[in-house]
Design a protein around this ligand. Structure first.
Ligand code: DAH
Length: 347
């Protein structure tokens, strides 16, 4: 083949590639020219038969042809001609990963930690699997109390478990975050100031307002200086305003809990109707949000603190409850389904 023939061959091959309309044709041309048995590798193999003095120029021309063909093929597959069939559609929008939003339950917990943080409270933690002592006994809850019943509490039926009235070491899924109070008192000396958010478990049938697995935030404040119910009320009033808005006030209703004396239930004035009565507060103007009270002296005895020299208050909020009234969520199950259409509305 002469140099001139080489040039003609190159021009013809480039024209063929330029005219190719689809990926299959481009592939055929690649095989034809630069494939293992293609015509350009054949020319390179045949170089030994070219007269010695012509070889450098011939070799240069063949290499130039090969490079030109490869470049033309590469250009073709990167930008297919308009109308050519291809699996790549450069007109489609790119993939967009949406940033996540913080879950409403996490937001309530974070916000509560922030508010109580301003008052000097730190966050304490405890395990979901508790023992009877921390969850019931030390909280002054006797074995015959209905909350210890199998129908209410998830006992872990280990070989050692002899039933609801067994030993202080018996294990269960904690029914409240109050056992973290016990852990905190046993591990520290007064004063203590903690909140303890976490998961809790009860044998409840799920419906719009109940779940067998929900969240609470416990609070505990103890000191060797006298602590009063008025202190508790002022702290919860501050929390109510920070969490729900400036117009919200708190009221205490007498109640009973085994681990506090006196005990109260805590209501916030309805943040939606400002206390006038609406669907959210069931026309009462008030919404129940927590249980609370002054730590019972018997609890101090259980943890080895002297009730004569220590006093304190405790409270326990339902996290779902606060989230539902704060964000106007009518069904507790929405909080667990992780439907992004729901979560995005709270972004
Ligand atoms: N543990 C209680 C419950 O689950 C709530 C509660 C009431 C917590 C009074 C407290 C308290 O710390 O003092 O219903």
């Amino acid at each position: 083949m002469t140099l001139q023939e080489l040039e003609q061959g190159q021009a013809a091959s480039l024209a063929e590639i330029a005219a190719a309309q689809d990926a299959a044709t481009i592939e055929q041309l690649r095989v034809k020219y630069v494939g293992r048995n293609g015509s350009i590798p054949a020319l390179i193999k045949g170089m030994k038969d070219v007269p010695k003095e012509e070889r450098p120029a011939f070799g240069k021309a063949v290499q130039a042809w090969k490079a030109a063909v490869e470049e033309a093929l590469a250009g073709k597959s990167a930008a297919p001609a308009a109308g050519a069939s291809s699996t790549l559609d450069a007109t489609l929008p790119g993939r967009w990963f949406e940033p996540g939003v913080e879950h409403p339950l996490s937001r309530v917990i974070e916000e509560t930690a922030r508010i109580f943080g301003h008052l000097g409270f730190t966050v304490a933690d405890g395990p979901d699997i508790e023992n009877r002592f921390n969850n019931f006994t030390a909280l002054n809850t006797p074995p015959h109390h209905p909350s210890q019943d199998r129908r209410d509490t998830f006992w872990l039926e280990t070989p050692a478990f002899k039933g609801e009235k067994g030993t202080p070491e018996d294990l269960l899924l904690r029914t409240q975050t109050s056992p973290v109070q016990i852990r905190t008192m046993m591990a520290n000396k007064p004063p203590v100031r903690v909140i303890c958010p976490g998961r809790t478990y009860r044998r409840d049938t799920t419906d719009a307002t109940h779940s067998a697995n929900f969240h609470q935030i416990e609070g505990l404040y103890c000191d060797t200086k006298p602590v009063s119910l008025a202190d508790l009320k002022s702290v919860l009033a501050y929390f109510a305003k920070e969490m729900m808005g400036d117009s919200v006030t708190v009221r205490f209703r007498p109640h009973f809990f085994p681990f506090t004396e006196p005990s109260v239930e805590v209501d916030f004035s309805c943040h939606v109707c400002k206390g006038k009565g609406c669907n959210v507060c069931k026309q009462s103007g008030w919404i129940e949000v927590a249980g609370a009270g002054m730590v019972d002296p018997r609890v101090f005895k259980f943890v080895g603190w002297d009730p004569e020299t220590v006093s304190g208050y405790a409270f326990g909020f339902g996290v779902e409850r606060i989230a539902m009234i704060k964000y106007g969520i009518p069904d507790i199950r929405w909080l667990y389904e992780n439907d992004v259409r729901f979560l995005n509305q709270l972004a």
